[in-house]
Ligand binder design. Sequence first.
Ligand code: FUL
Length: 602
Amino acid sequence: MKQLTFIATMLLLMVSIGCTKQKNYIEKEIVFTDKLSPEQKLKLASYLVPTKQQYEWQQLELTAFIHFGINTFTGREWGDGSEDPNLFNPIDFNAEQWVVALKDGGFKMIILTAKHHDGFCLWPTKTTEHSVASSSWRDGAGDVVRELRNACEKHDMKFGVYLSPWDRNAKSYGNSLEYNKMFVQQLNELLSNYGEIHEVWFDGANGEGPNGKKQEYDWKSYYHVIDSLQPFAVKAIMGDDVRWVGNEQGLGRETEWSVTPLRAAIHEDAVEENKRLEISATAKDLGSRKLIEQANAIYWYPSEVDVSIRPGWFYHPEQDAQVKTLEELVNIYYQSVGMNSVLLLNIPPDTRGLIHETDVARLKQFGEYIERTFSDNKLADTHSYWKAENGDYREYKVKEGETINTVLVQEDIQKGQRVEVFKVEGLINGRWTKLAEGTTVGYKRLLRFDDVSPEMIRITITETRHGANIKEVGAYYAGDYTESATDANLNHIENEWAEVIETSPLTVDIQGSELKIAGFTYLPIEDSESAYKFKFYVSTNGKNWQEATKETEFGNIKNNPSPRTIYFDEPVNARYFKFEVTEGTDGGKPTINAKQIGILTH
Ligand code: FUL
């Protein structure tokens, strides 16, 4: 830290005497001294740049998540750790099929859930018996991590691991020292035995251990293991190289600064400092001038947008008709890659151990669409690099007769992120017309507008923190989509309980007479507290109730408010159901808050 403060002061001196050679850029972190004025802090912020591995990661643009594990076989989103390892049996498992499908989609890296919150390990770890080694899959000799790693090697795909710190199976969880030892050993195994690892993903979900004991994670030791064994891997989410964008819906920020005072969990004072600045991963503003003025330190901490191609992170057969449409995926692309972020799209393999045919086809469509659109730059001019001060602009000739609806701008982030406002105009019938306006640019910014056929386009850098280094400008035509969204049927009977915003429990006479029911569905209302823990009862007479399912929680529903389906072990005869919410997502008074509740008959 001390050394960085010194560098920051030296750099400032050099900047203020007009010396701006490339070597003056500072990687990853600048600690401000007390004496700096707001202007000086801002100037320093414009000299902050990514590390080599952060820059390489950013250039991948499209990365993929694979959520696969015991939940694939139980239908849950969050397993509770009590699952029988024998449930894991992907009879047609084929990692190469995953890699080829993702390659077709244009993806450059795959991150596998080597261990999710249920603690089940997809490799034969020495740390626990709760792993593939205890399953009948390949007679206990299988290793998902190894097979996926090999397939990635074969197809020139980068590889990363998700290792959940929260472990609902480990007996030691909550006994901080002991569990940290186990976690470090798991990391050691993954990072020593499977070749190069390009990203290590530590999830932020952190629950209570047995007896309500809370686990204190030893982040320092975890990072030490990564830095020693895989120094080129980026550390994501609870790590300090890659930041969670703040939602699981595929939504980037309109104004996305990779330079931010947001402190990652790696820093001991992270909670305190982020509180002082009133920021968190979900904040709208993470890098404005105002924030930088108040900051004690700033980081190159770029955003990663994670979202699933299906409503759930894990595969659920009832979501086969809810695979995101091409249009939805393309919108996500614009909102992530087009908003200075890397996209991390999840594609969950099914119980066969294969990526479902619908998802494979959608990935291919997506890959082709992006390739078709962005390999055809409609600008006639070559893109010379330019340096822009406030108000500077450049004009570019559009190829004759071409229609465009997207403009791309890229900053040379190896010289910092600087643009604060810019505008795009088109010369149409001899008049300059405004087409779009944006705030931050960063590594890549895409702006969309209605179809136009201008003779030229003009990019104006309206405001910049310091001379902006514009590396690339392009104009494209993004064509129509061939298919439209299909509405999933969440209810098998005619009745529908929609917009139920009532005090729990909700008691319902289903249709006036008894029927056989196999399960129920719950669709939360977005942006509002929803049910997290629940009980679901049925009755034939409205007086005597029986619990219809052992399931009692909608895992991860706070961050991913997707439709939930709960199937009972056996169908039951019932005329009434009673849905009781025992805990809400925000810990408030439990209310039903459903957009829709449905009853399943088969
Ligand atoms: C979340 C987890 O709780 C989800 O289950 C999923 O793994 C997602 C990517 O991160 O925080």
